[in-house]
Design a protein around this ligand. Structure first.
Ligand code: PFF
Length: 513
């Protein structure tokens, strides 16, 4: 349909408004896909997925997770991308323009504010955790240098922390948490690098970082998993990750936790509900097919999550160690495995460099959401927006640093020191987010409440507010039935499942005791 016909029908072509020549853009489809994969692949894939999968029924959970990614995550990912591309400007302005064009209330911008608040909230603690990973990379460099100093080049074959006992090795993490200065230093380094990249903009900063870091990341991931499968206990790892335990799954399904875990993990892992993919959509050219690009991102992210388990668990099981949940796995059993294997220090260094790279490409994407807002809408001229991006990013970077310092202080064990933040529970005794210190409270608020809420709103907005002709045109599916499938998922499946999870997770589960 041409613009005249559209005007005759009272529809406004907002593409021209949204996509002004002044918008920053990705240099092409490949650059965008790499940046989006860089955002999706992060600490969530390396740390959270493998353990949750192994612990919640192995292959049976993986099946539910795949369903959550492809039936719920993927349609929402496509929706976020097209809302951003069609609206243009900033995450808030994009939503405002689309709502206005479709005669909907301006309060839909609340969806953008929730997403922006979630992105900002996540990056404040994400940077602290990335700082821990960076610290361990630094420690591994020191370890390797020491080994080479003592034994010449043959020292490179040393295990990590040679000669240290198990308590000493796992105790290193407690020691790090008890040294706020160290945590703050490494968080500071990480956020300074992120700020620098974001000030450079879409092409010169984010895209460049992704095109340098992601190939190295993939190389390290594949190399580490191949080595781990060869020298480790591949059978035990594959069993833990993939052998379906339907009994465990059935028990967990009854209390709803599997579904919540699967959908929550899918949202977190695909970077959804945080207005982040919406922001990345703003920079997306018309010649990129959103369904194709989004499907590539979903496959790559899921593939990395699965392969990450193969890099970690074979060596952990080979040395008779028990996997632990979350970061405890990396700073406990995994380090002990590095301590028992030849070339363990080198393997460890490669692992932590890989983790830092994954974290960095995710952190800059989270950072970009408020930065894109600070930069201003495309009604401003390019020079002004450039200036506002730099000044805005620096201010946001400083805010992230300061709040991150509070997060770091909240992690100091109370018997090591009283930092105020390690006993302060900002949300008091509220369900879901209460009775936790700052870092865990913000983690719970964003992951369990804001991301699902953001995703729910995106699904309703894309499925009910945006006109059918607009979503069909933006998505540009090759076949009508694929569009109809997307529309069915976004209108019925996503809002119902995510809405039910929200209601259950916030309103019911906490009161079941
Ligand atoms: N997707 C990234 C990860 O899996 O670590 C980080 C992330 C980005 C989480 C955006 C959540 C989010 F909204």
């Amino acid at each position: 349909m041409n613009d005249k016909k559209r005007a005759a029908r009272g529809e406004r072509t907002i593409m021209a408004v949204g996509k002004s020549a002044q918008d920053e853009t990705w240099s092409g489809k490949a650059a965008f896909v790499l940046a989006a994969i860089g955002s999706a692949v992060g600490i969530g894939n390396l740390v959270r997925f493998p353990y949750v999968a192994g612990d919640s029924g192995g292959g049976a959970f993986v099946l539910i997770y795949l369903l959550a990614v492809f039936a719920i995550g993927l349609p929402v990912l496509m929706a976020e991308l097209f809302i951003g591309r069609r609206g243009g400007g900033t995450p808030i302005a994009a939503i405002q323009r689309l709502a206005k064009a479709d005669g909907a209330s301006g309060s839909w911008t609340l969806m953008g504010w929730i997403g922006m608040f979630a992105s900002f909230g996540i990056v404040t603690f994400y940077s602290v955790i990335a700082g821990w990973l960076l610290y361990y990379a630094y420690v591994m460099v020191g370890d390797i240098a020491g080994n080479i100093g003592a034994n010449g080049i043959a020292g490179i074959a040393s295990p990590a922390f040679a000669g240290e006992d198990a308590d000493g090795i796992t105790g290193r993490f407690g020691a790090l948490l008890s040294s706020p200065g160290k945590m703050i230093l490494f968080h500071g380094i990480f956020i300074t690098i992120s700020t620098f990249i974001v000030t450079r903009g879409v092409k010169g900063g984010i895209e460049k970082a992704a095109t340098w870091l992601m190939p190295i990341f993939f190389f390290l991931l594949v190399a580490l998993s191949v080595i781990s499968l060869i020298i480790g206990d591949a059978g035990a790892a594959l069993g833990f990750l993939f052998a379906p335990d339907f009994g465990k799954l059935a028990a967990d399904i009854k209390d709803g936790s599997v579904l919540i875990n699967a959908v929550g993990q899918a949202f977190f892992s695909l970077s959804l509900g945080s207005a982040l993919m919406l922001t990345y959509g703003i920079y997306l050219g018309r010649d990129t097919s959103i369904p194709n690009a989004a499907t590539t991102v979903a496959f790559a992210d899921t593939g990395v999550a699965l392969i990450a388990g193969l890099a970690v668990f074979p060596v952990v099981f080979a040395f008779g160690l028990e996997p632990a949940g979350g970061l405890g796995l990396i700073f406990g059993p995994l380090l002990l495995a590095f301590n028992q294997m030849p070339f363990g220090a080198l393997f460890g260094l490669a692992f932590f460099i890989m983790a830092v790279f994954a974290a960095l490409t995710s952190a800059i994407s989270l950072f970009e959401v408020p930065a894109a807002w600070a930069k201003g809408d495309n009604t401003l001229d390019e020079a002004t927006r450039g200036r506002r991006r730099v000044i805005g990013s620096v201010i946001i970077g400083i805010l992230i640093f300061v709040i991150g310092v509070f997060h770091a202080l909240s992690q100091v064990p109370t018997d090591a020191a009283d930092t105020f933040f390690n006993s302060w529970e900002p949300f008091g005794s509220l369900p879901v987010i209460g009775e936790r210190t700052l870092l865990d409270a913000i983690d719970g608020l964003t992951g369990n409440v804001l991301l699902p809420l953001g995703g729910f709103l995106v699904a309703v907005f894309a499925g009910y507010v945006v006109t059918q002709s607009a979503s069909r045109e933006e998505l540009g599916f090759k076949s009508v039935s694929n569009y109809q499938r997307w529309r069915f998922l976004i209108r019925y499946v996503c809002p119902v499942v995510v809405g039910a999870i929200l209601v259950y997770g916030i309103g019911i589960a906490p009161f079941l005791g």
